[in-house]
Design a protein around this ligand. Sequence first.
Ligand code: A3P
Length: 322
Amino acid sequence: QIQTKHGESEDVEDLTSMLPTREGWWRPLFLFQDHWLTPQTVKSTMLVQAQFQPRADDIILATYPKCGTTWLKALAFTIANRSRHTVTAGGDHPVLTKHPHDLVPFLELPHRYLHPIAELEALPSPRLLSTHIPCALLPSGVSALGSRVVYLCREPKDVLVSMWHYVNKVRKDFYIDLDKAFEFFCEGVTFFGPFWDHCLGYWKQSLEEPERVLFLKYDELMANPTKHVKMLANFIGVPFTNEEESAGVVEKVVRLCSFENLKSLPANSTGVSDRIGGLPMENSAYFRSAKVGDWRNCLTEEMARKLDCIIEEKLKGCGLSF
Ligand code: A3P
């Protein structure tokens, strides 16, 4: 049972038992407020909705899983904390010694049954937080108080392929074949899916409130990281000074957080951590190939065409494309 804001208890087991459900991924997914969530995430999302107290100066990094969350965490942490931690390629910068997921906490993970939301309350302002929760399911205070959101999305075929590799890597006792994962993805039945609704929720919000929601794409970040690092710094409210730019600090941030660098660090390439709650994962699982267009190595042209058509149809008229 969880305590809601108003003090009453909600029996979440009962609640999920009444929701439409689909099996096939490593855990069954439930259709909760128009999005497919694991039972654990239904619980933790409800807890976030009931108990998380947003602050006006919060920066929330929002992503659909496998869209570059780990990268965005490293970049935003480095940018936001560069007055305390000088950006260097050596030494004891936290990005060199800690996994990016340990630098920026998720709102909904580990599932709040295990780690009370009070931990987030204890963090000093301004907080750097992250979430996979869809825009419409975030507590209304996030928007009302003006907490800023950075959303990072990615080309859907690469997301699917990245997700497929990831789920098969992190669960030794589970395997889903690509055809099945593709089928689910096309139906919208994926973690926090449908993928297109997740993107569209934040996309529309970014059009309505561009000063509050920054919408980024993985492929564009990859193509021009320097430009995006400056954009991120401006949005977070800590723009690079002329002196910093002349000293090459922007490029140092890009290099520190590059895939090649992060993947090679012991904190990211070795060891196992349980960040979800009851599901220990290899730290290296978040670093695979980081290649734009890697879907070509897995999907057939027919699959690609089918998914492209679905995405085009779902995003029609919204001004968002991949
Ligand atoms: P691939 O599986 O295509 O390699 P998330 O962090 O949201 O779980 O996303 C994981 C994806 O981001 C993986 O994609 C991973 O390799 C890639 N990634 C991790 N760190 C990265 C970085 N520093 N730069 C670019 N991509 C990165």
